[in-house]
Structure formats: structure tokens, C-alpha cells
Design a protein around this ligand. Sequence first.
Ligand code: AMP
Ligand code: MG
Length: 325
Amino acid sequence: MIETISLGIESTAHTVGIGIINDKGKVLANEKSVYKPGLGKGIHPREAGEHHSKNIVNLIKRSLKISKLSIKDIDIIAFSKGPGLPNCLQIGATMARYLAFKYKKALIPVNHCIAHIEIGKLKTKCKDPVVLYCSGGNTQIIAFTEGKYRIFGETEDIPIGNALDVLARYFGLEMPGGPKIDNLAKKGKYIELPYIVKGMDLSFSGILTECKKLYNKGIKKEDIAFSFVENCFAMLTEVTERALAHTKKNEVLLVGGVAASQKLKDMIKNMCKERGAKCFSVPKEFSGDNGVMIAWNGILSSKQKTKDYSFDKDWRTDEVDVNWI
Ligand code: AMP
Ligand code: MG
């Protein structure tokens, strides 16, 4: 059988990434460049877009070189259609359209959140999980039912990764904040903080405000970090457990950049053990934003018919018709 090869372009936020993968799931290239806002700053959308436009051509050239392929060998050009920052999405969508129309390739728009799930399923070989998707831009508890990835719970305000980054910034630490808060937390003890679960939804911004207030009062950053991750990760674990009970599924998959946190992995693993469910987490190489996940979703959804090749900054997980499961 003839091999299908897909080149994926990721550019939703801080990362511009190019991935190349074949239809057997063999990764042939995974190149990326991450925009760093500098000490004390968050992502500036225009600067991030400029970063992506400066780096994208070299990343494509490097990916083709590493995979020992030429553009002629590529069958599918897949791109992150959304959700994300418009300045960033535009760079990837424009490059994808250019490559596909110039070299006559199939052009496949991909939902960024679902791409995180599908690369997790490919890499861990889990089948039908409840997904805990925690990243810089999204926090959702998702499961596949009746043709769609349905959102069972989500953040009502800021995503958990963003909350970790903002707290780290408040402590004078650089992005990404997640690993730094994780490290501080190892030396801290518990102090009381709010715990906010509303039905199946979560809220992190009030806890963050309380942390800032406590820091201003002179409470040690190690103790704040410990209590913050303790409460927030327990909230995520609680909602994931309830989704598991409701859907009667027996697998949990952890995806997104915050899936790299050992503490979150341990809490989810313990909950799964108590319920007799299997726990999977996406390998670190594919937990943060990357082009491979877009390329792989491009292969999966290559039969999907669309002529809408623009980006959509608000494209939700549960709006996508999933015809490959
Ligand atoms: P993504 O948007 O999926 O690329 O994920 C980026 C987010 O993951 C950022 O908010 C990071 O702070 C967070 N992150 C990365 N590594 C870790 C880690 N080891 N522990 C917790 N959060 C992390
Ligand atoms: Mg992401």
C-alpha cells in the first residue's frame, strides 16, 4: 500500500512547530521554535506572530531535511485552524494555504485541542479515554460520545497553565511557569486556599488572586506554590473522576503542556488506581504544542470535506464532527 505523509503546522500561541508523520504513526520530524516573552511579561500576540513568521520557513526546511524528504513527497498539509491567538493562527494558516495550492497537496484544517488528544492516543495506545486536557490556553475534561468529543467540564475563567504562568510571573520567574511552580512546591507546606468546583466546571482566577494577596502579606512563595498546585490539581482530579463515573469509561488520558507535571500525573494515577481505571499520559516530547499532533490529526481527518481554510480563534472541541472514530 502507498504511504501517506502529512506535514503539520502548529501556530496557535507561543510555539510555531512543524511535524512530519506517516499514516502508520511514524514521526519523521518534529521541529519547533518557542516565543519567549522575557522576564515579567506574558505572551504579546503581535510579537508572538512576528516570531512565528520569522521562523516558520526555516522550520519547514529543517523538517524536510531531517526527514530526508522533499515537498514532493508530502501528501497532506495540515494546519491548526484554532482555537488560538489570531496573529499567530494567521501565520500557520497562510503558510499552509500557500504550500497546498502551490504544490497541489490536500489541505486539512485541524482543531488544536483534538490534535492534543489524538497524539496522546497514538503515543499511549489508549482506546477510549476520559481526557484531562490542561495547557496554557485550555483546560477541559473531554470524552468521546456520539460522534463528537464532548466537554464534560472546563474552566470558567483562566486555564490552569495560564494560572501557573501568571503566579510564576508574580514571583519574578520567567515563562514557562509550570515547571518552576512545581519545583517551588516541593519545598512548601499547606496553607488554606479557596477550592472552586462549580458543578463540573472549574475556576482558577480567584485562587490566583488569593495567592497574590498572601504573597504581598509575606507568605513564603514555596508554601503558596505547594497549596496552589495541591488545590488546583485536586479540583481537576475531582472533575475527571466524576466524568469517569458518568461515562463508565475505564481509561484516563492526560494531555497538554501541564501533563508534564509529575504531581498532576501522580494525583490522577492514584484516583485511577482507586477506581480500577487505567491512566495514561502523553510523553513529554508531545505534551506541549507541536506540529506532529497537527500532522497526525491531518492524516486521521483527511476524508473530511471542507472548503473553509480560514482560521477560527474560538473553534471549540465539541464543534468538530469526528468522522475517523
Ligand atoms: P501548551 O499550551 O500545551 O504548550 O502548554 C504550556 C503550559 O504548560 C504552560 O502554561 C506551562 O507553564 C505548562 N507546563 C510546562 N511544563 C510543565 C510542568 N512540568 N509542570 C506544570 N506545568 C507545566
Ligand atoms: Mg496546546
